[in-house]
Design a binder for this molecule. Structure first.
Ligand SMILES: Nc1ncnc2c1ncn2[C@@H]1O[C@H](COP(=O)(O)OP(=O)(O)OP(=O)(O)O)[C@@H](O)[C@H]1O
Ligand SMILES: [Mg+2]
Length: 352
């Protein structure tokens, strides 16, 4: 029994006055302490005491009694705090990411262009080349790393150290993985509100015991909204790789993503562009290339922006299947794995 198990259970406590959002989403869970047979939970209400505070405390107690091992003692306190969630988030330091060579965001303007596929396979390719690699899945709305890596059932351990808790990443395929998906109940959609999402995300990167790494990749959520800007600002990210398809509409969004990193306030590096779904090659006709989404859109974009094109990844059934089965294609010795190894080599060249 640990904090995260308790936190998971608390998702069952919903606030009838707030569209049935749960107390975790609402940011009311301020502190959870677990001592061998005892759980101490503090709910904090910002500004003033919520009229349903006692009701919520009672429901939380009931849910915990019902689900935790028999004989566990449960204590629930309610306090009123000025912007509790916010204060906590500001206290997060960057010690856990200080021994990382390069922190690189994998971004795109548009959803569904294959960011997560590229991020996961790139991480594995870098690991195959001998680098120490971690990947943080920063997509709080649709985390895909657990499925893509076959780690859906993993439950990261949290350890208490000097009064601070740190989460241990999941290790598989030579890479350290972290995802909000490890903390959500299966099939449950995560509905975070802006500030909660940002703060959960930061914890998921800054409160993880990454140890010494050469590369930490961050699979960014799609889009260029507030969450992204706060992420780019608060995580000591060195720069980004931007993923696109060769399609014109996708390219317009890419420019927005580039702007997010390169505007003078943020001023991060863009290592280059990855063009995904560059062409389709059927397994039975390996010499043929069909340019379904147009040809070389990513290449032209990279050229016009003066950025390197780090790779062109074909549409291959094995890549999709690898993502669905939890055995990413970069692990294989097929040509699609080579595309990711080549990409990894180019990224290293751009980053070192
Ligand atoms: N090169 C490829 N060949 C075949 N299938 C691919 C390729 N790239 C991505 N896919 C498939 O396309 C779908 C979307 O990819 P993915 O989830 O990586 O996109 P994303 O940009 O991370 O999406 P989101 O914006 O939802 O986070 C997945 O089913 C994935 O397996
Ligand atoms: Mg994704």
């Amino acid at each position: 029994m640990d904090q995260y198990e308790v936190l998971k259970l608390l998702h069952e406590v919903t606030h009838p006055g707030k569209g049935d959002q749960d107390i975790v989403e609402l940011g009311f869970v301020n502190d959870i302490k677990v001592e061998d047979r005892k759980v101490m939970l503090t709910l904090a209400f910002p500004g003033r005491k919520d009229p349903l505070a006692d009701y919520l405390a009672g429901s939380a107690r009931a849910v915990l009694y019902r689900n935790l091992p028999e004989g566990t003692e449960v204590e629930v306190k309610t306090v009123v705090k000025e912007a509790a969630a916010k204060k906590k988030q500001q206290e997060l330091g960057t010690e856990e990411v200080e021994h990382i060579g390069h922190i690189i965001g994998i971004a795109s303007g548009k959803g569904g262009v294959g960011k997560s596929t590229v991020a996961v396979n790139l991480a594995i390719a870098l690991a195959r080349m001998g680098y120490r690699v971690g990947l943080a899945d920063a997509d709080v709305y649709g985390p895909s790393v657990p499925t893509m890596t076959g780690t859906e059932d993993a439950a990261p351990e949290a350890i208490e150290e000097d009064g601070k808790s740190v989460i241990l990443p999941i290790e598989k395929y030579g890479v350290k993985w972290m995802s909000i998906g490890y903390f959500a109940r299966k099939g449950q959609a995560l509905i975070w509100r802006g500030p909660m999402a940002s703060s959960a995300l930061k914890q998921l990167i800054l409160q993880v015991r990454w140890g010494e790494l050469d590369y930490l990749l961050i699979d960014m959520p799609p889009g260029t909204g507030d969450i992204h800007i706060s992420l780019v600002n608060d995580i000591p990210m060195e720069g980004a790789v931007v993923v696109t398809t060769p399609q014109e509409v996708a390219l317009a969004d890419v420019e927005k993503a580039l702007d997010m990193f390169r505007n003078e306030k943020v001023n991060k590096k863009v290592f280059g562009i990855v063009e995904n779904m560059s062409w389709f090659t059927p397994a039975e006709l390996p010499e043929n290339k069909y340019y379904i989404f147009g040809k070389d859109g990513g290449l032209r974009l990279a050229e016009s922006l003066g950025l390197p094109l780090l790779g062109q990844i074909p549409i291959v059934q094995g890549i999709r299947e690898g993502g669905d089965s939890g055995e990413p294609s970069a692990l294989s010795s097929r040509p699609d794995a080579l595309a990711f190894l080549e990409l990894a080599g180019k990224l290293v060249a751009a980053a070192e």
